[in-house]
Design a protein around this ligand. Structure first.
Ligand code: COA
Ligand code: AMP
Length: 631
């Protein structure tokens, strides 16, 4: 079937389309229908089915005779180790871990926070939760204790599963003090923690609360897979919004299974048994969907890569992994390629490896700039497929269906909408804009299976954040346009979210941290262009009246504060002290204009500006730290 036929069918007859896709999943009770619209504008998929995610990701492959196939390869250049786990090993390990968690009281619906680096045990913990119907929430290791505390208070987990440490180039990140600090700061306290001790850092366990990963599993009876209703939350994943309070995206079980299974063959073009590699982190949605669930549900081999694109040990490490494990389909963020290109501009290291297994490279997480896409395509000699999605959607909104009907690649575009996504470009008045015109990107409801159902215990916030601006539509928060061939172009965010090295961050959250400094009266954070990370945050701070401080010292304190409260992942290093911030007459800070000045981009004097002279002061302050940067 061609893409066009398939896409049309998915919108015209979603019931038939998704029930057919549902045949790829093993059901305890099969769904009698796909979509339930009785709660519109909230929709449920496969609500009357019963199913278990872990069964579909692990046990069924063993039952089908794939027990000896490698399920997970842990390739860790940072520790110098490579370890393979077969599907049979994985089933045994996950069943035992789930049994031990059950013995401690974890049951269907309980929340479990997972705070772990890129080790296979992180996936095992996710799958063990899924086996019991417990709802996991993985927190990225680069976040500070305060961010973990916020998530503990929102998810109210019965247990936290953590490792003793993560390993970043040149330093061991001790997780235990972060975990202890977060639990102390949080109002909610977990009943127990399970700690995986790594040899690089053996943490002191807190008596009465902390259990050793291995010790607590001794003698545990393996747990069977617990059936859950189709709309049971598989997981909560927190993502940045406009304020410091992250949004807890809720992923329902059945839609997640069906959509990810469909995507593996049709978007990523892999057959069961082949090796699929997403070089991301389990703390992000890419890690959930395409390091853990997607490949395993589909019976592929997945790679848990604990390293960086450069420096572990060099810019050839990706090529070595592709060669050694015969990767067929590879997924990463454009920033990783920019890092490699900066170290090895000619791509000389590529010639040292046999990349004949690789059929396609997929990029997502941020805008894929044409230079990077062209460089990657030239050097690797495989199609480079940009695709666009979000934590909220869990899988691609727009992509090139390489396993179904590969379409011509247009550099700069993530190609076309995937099944079930009725993508519209809307003006401020909510009316559709003509082809080629830039506007807000919205998706006509319902969203397809696999996307978010709500925000964790915040349905009102869900409706307000996503469904209110354009009634009957989901607001993506991205702006763009559609060309004459139906290809989408993603140009910018419409909110204050920025994208730093493929990581989604809230400038609002950083402003809340800066504003908490006793000497800071007012502040604003914007994203400025960065050749490696795409964007980096830049802060403007105004001192409180009567305060006189050495600006360099104050900036250093602000940088430290953001690192301590949000974490190193915020990459907050730039700030300037200014007298005043430019505002509209109604008091709104003109962040977009400041960002344009910092980037040296053309800008217009906003008609509503209160005092135009402040923009000269901003330009001057930016000049002191070298902005705008010369090309
Ligand atoms: N645990 C603890 N700290 C972490 C971390 C983790 N899991 N991940 C990143 N950090 C730290 C880094 O060590 C760095 O700390 P530093 O300020 O002390 O140097 C800081 O957070 C910023 O990290 P990052 O933005 O990743 O920058 P980098 O300079 O270390 O590396 C790249 C740059 C481009 C190599 C790196 O960002 C990269 O590989 N990106 C790929 C992006 C990706 O996978 N995105 C996921 C979506 S697909
Ligand atoms: P996250 O929720 O962390 O996956 O971030 C989602 C956001 O990243 C999107 O809303 C976009 O702003 C941006 N993004 C992701 N993929 C792309 C892409 N292929 N092109 C442009 N922007 C992207």
């Amino acid at each position: 079937m061609t893409y066009a036929e398939l896409y049309r069918r998915s919108l015209q007859d979603p019931e038939a389309f998704w029930l057919e896709a549902a045949a790829g999943i093993d059901w305890v009770t099969p769904p009698t229908r796909a979509m339930h619209d009785d709660r519109a504008p909230l929709y449920d998929w496969f609500r009357d089915a019963e199913v278990n995610t872990c069964w579909n990701a692990v046990d069924r492959h063993v039952e089908a005779g794939r027990g000896d196939q490698v399920a997970i390869i842990h390739d860790s250049p940072i520790t110098g180790t490579i370890r393979n786990l077969s599907y049979a090993d994985l089933r045994d390990r996950v069943a035992r871990l789930a049994g031990a968690l059950r013995a401690q009281g974890i049951a269907k619906g309980d929340r479990v926070i997972i705070y772990m680096p890129m080790v296979p045990e992180a996936l095992e913990a996710m799958l063990a939760c899924a086996r019991l119907g417990a709802v996991h929430s993985v927190v990225f290791g680069g976040f500070a204790a305060a961010e973990l505390a916020t998530r503990i208070d929102d998810a109210r987990p019965k247990a936290i599963i953590a490792a003793s440490c993560g390993i970043e180039p040149g330093r061991v990140v001790r997780y235990k003090p972060l975990l202890d600090g977060a639990i102390e700061a949080a109002t909610h306290k977990p009943e127990f923690c399970v700690i995986l001790q790594r040899e690089q850092e053996v943490a002191d366990l807190t008596p009465g609360r902390d259990l050793d990963w291995h010790g607590f599993q001794e003698g545990a009876a393996p747990a069977e897979c617990v059936p859950v209703p189709g709309d049971h939350p598989a997981y909560i994943l927190y993502t940045s919004g406009t304020t410091g309070q992250p949004k807890g995206v809720v992923r329902p079980t059945a839609g997640h299974l069906v959509a990810l299974h469909w995507s593996m063959r049709n978007i990523y073009g892999v057959a069961p048994g082949e090796v699929f590699w997403a070089a991301s982190d389990v703390g992000w949605v890419v890690g959930h969907s395409y390091i853990c669930y997607g490949p395993l549900i589909h019976g592929n081999t997945t790679i848990v890569f604990e390293g960086k694109p450069v420096g572990t040990p060099d810019a050839g490490t990706f090529w070595r992994v592709i060669q050694d494990h015969k990767v067929a389909s590879f997924f990463t963020a454009p920033t990783a390629f920019r890092a490699i290109k900066r170290e090895d501009p000619e791509g000389r290291l590529i010639a040292d490896y046999d990349l004949s297994s690789l059929r396609c490279l997929y990029l997502a997480g941020e805008r894929a700039d044409p230079d990077t896409v062209t460089w990657a395509g030239d050097k690797l000699g495989v199609p480079v497929i940009d695709h666009w999605w979000q934590t909220e959607t869990g899988w691609a909104i727009a992509a090139n269906p390489m396993g179904l009907d590969p379409l011509p690649v247009k550099i700069g575009s993530p190609s076309v909408p995937m099944p079930g996504y009725d993508v519209r470009i809307l003006g401020e008045d909510g009316q559709p804009l003509p082809q080629g015109e830039l506007g807000a990107i919205a998706v006509k409801l319902p969203l397809p299976p696999g996307t978010l159902a709500t925000l964790w215990q915040a349905e009102e916030r869900f409706v307000k954040s996503y469904l209110s601006t354009f009634p009957g539509h989901y607001e993506t928060g991205d702006a763009g346009y559609i060309d004459e061939d139906g290809y989408l172009y993603i140009m910018a965010r419409t909110d204050d979210v920025i994208n730093v090295a493929g990581h989604r961050l809230s400038t609002g959250a950083m402003e809340e941290v800066l504003a908490s400094h006793p000497d800071v009266g007012e502040c604003a954070v914007i994203g400025v262009a960065d050749p490696l990370k795409g964007q980096v945050p830049l802060g403007f701070v105004c001192l409180n009246k009567g305060v006189s401080r050495d600006p360099a010292e104050l900036v250093a304190e602000c940088v430290r504060l953001v690192r301590d409260r949000i974490g190193p992942v915020a990459a907050f290093r730039l700030a300037v002290v200014v007298e005043r911030l430019p505002k509209t007459r109604s008091g709104k800070i003109l962040r977009a204009t400041m960002a344009k000045i910092a980037d040296g981009a053309p800008w217009k004097m906003p008609a509503t500006i209160d005092d135009p002279a402040i923009l000269d002061e901003i330009a001057e302050a930016l000049g002191t730290i070298g902005y705008p940067k010369a090309d």
